[in-house]
Design a protein around this ligand. Structure first.
Ligand code: DAK
Length: 259
């Protein structure tokens, strides 16, 4: 079934997928249907051998202005409990391929959390990042208090979460929340360029690298180092490792097959 609130663009580069959040009249607010469509689409792309990196954007006005407040308004705790609220976020967290958020305009609440769930964030000069849930009498619920704090540190995270203050793109870059800022006309192109670079690498090495970096947020340094070593050994069981090293010796470009 065709998604209603997403556009799945033709591959913009070899092995790169591009998914656009598309609910412009509501600044791409994440209603339950959009989130279900995103979950389903990312699962399919993660299983597709022709995809090695995924770019997610919104439009120039907004990446996403948060979860859909109109849909949440008037709901009770039991309504919320009975809704499938967390599986989208859990699914995205488990996507093995690199996710690159291309952010222009608002990335607020769940929109900021979605961007932070991605592995890299490329922002346009107009991007604004914030967790304004406090102004609604609620709090971030898709990892905002945790991922934001890990990215920008306690002082700034507290200020943002407790006052709802938004960061400009320049502040977000300085705080370490995002990778780079580019003019609005180039933000998507730049994200695709990064994705395309990753897509030239061994997909197995890329996925295991991603897994190991994310692991550093979950557990102790000792366990993470063991995990890194295990993945390193595992990569020596791949044809891509032999190809990568052989290509270096033969002074040619490697051709990685994900095997
Ligand atoms: N929800 C629903 N509609 C939204 C929306 C949102 N988050 N944000 C904007 N819109 C709609 C507006 O209602 C308006 O629709 P119409 O009135 O035209 O029908 C349209 O988008 C344009 O918005 P504005 O007219 O307000 O545009 P402005 O440029 O004046 O202002 C703004 C832009 C982004 C500053 C403003 O729209 C705004 O403050 N939006 C709300 C931002 C916000 O508070 N976001 C946080 C929402 S709470 C969970 C996971 C995650 C979450 C919850 C649970 N679980 C796993 C359990 C996340 C929670 C949130 O994100």
């Amino acid at each position: 079934m065709q998604p209603e609130f997403l556009i799945i663009h033709p591959p913009p580069a070899q092995y790169v997928a591009h998914v656009q959040l598309h609910r412009p009249a509501a600044l791409n607010a994440l209603n339950l249907q959009l989130m279900a469509e995103l979950r389903h689409t990312l699962r399919l792309l993660d299983a597709d051998d022709q995809v090695r990196a995924i770019v997610i954007n919104g439009d120039e006005q907004a990446f996403a202005a948060g979860a859909d407040i109109k849909q949440m308004s008037g709901k009770s705790a039991i309504d919320r409990y009975n809704t499938d609220q967390f599986s989208t976020w859990d699914t995205i967290r488990r996507i093995k391929k690199p996710l690159i958020a291309a952010v222009s305009g608002f990335a607020l609440g769940g929109g900021c959390e979605l961007a932070m769930l991605c592995d890299l964030i490329v922002a346009s000069e107009t991007a604004r990042f914030g967790q304004p849930e406090i102004k609604l009498g609620i709090m971030p619920a898709a990892g905002g208090t945790q991922r934001l704090t890990r990215a920008v540190g306690k002082a700034l995270a507290m200020e943002m979460v407790l006052t709802g203050r938004q960061l400009s793109a320049a502040e977000a870059l300085q705080a370490g929340l995002i990778n780079k800022i580019v003019p609005v006309a180039l933000y998507l192109q730049e994200a695709i360029k990064l994705a395309a670079t990753m897509a030239t690498m061994s997909p197995l090495a890329v996925q295991m690298d991603k897994e190991a970096v994310l692991k550093s947020f979950d557990t102790t340094l000792d366990e993470c180092l063991q995990f890194e070593q295990k993945n390193f050994y595992l990569l020596f069981a791949t044809a891509d490792q032999q190809e990568g090293m052989q290509a270096f010796v033969e002074k040619r470009k490697p051709v990685f097959k994900g095997r």
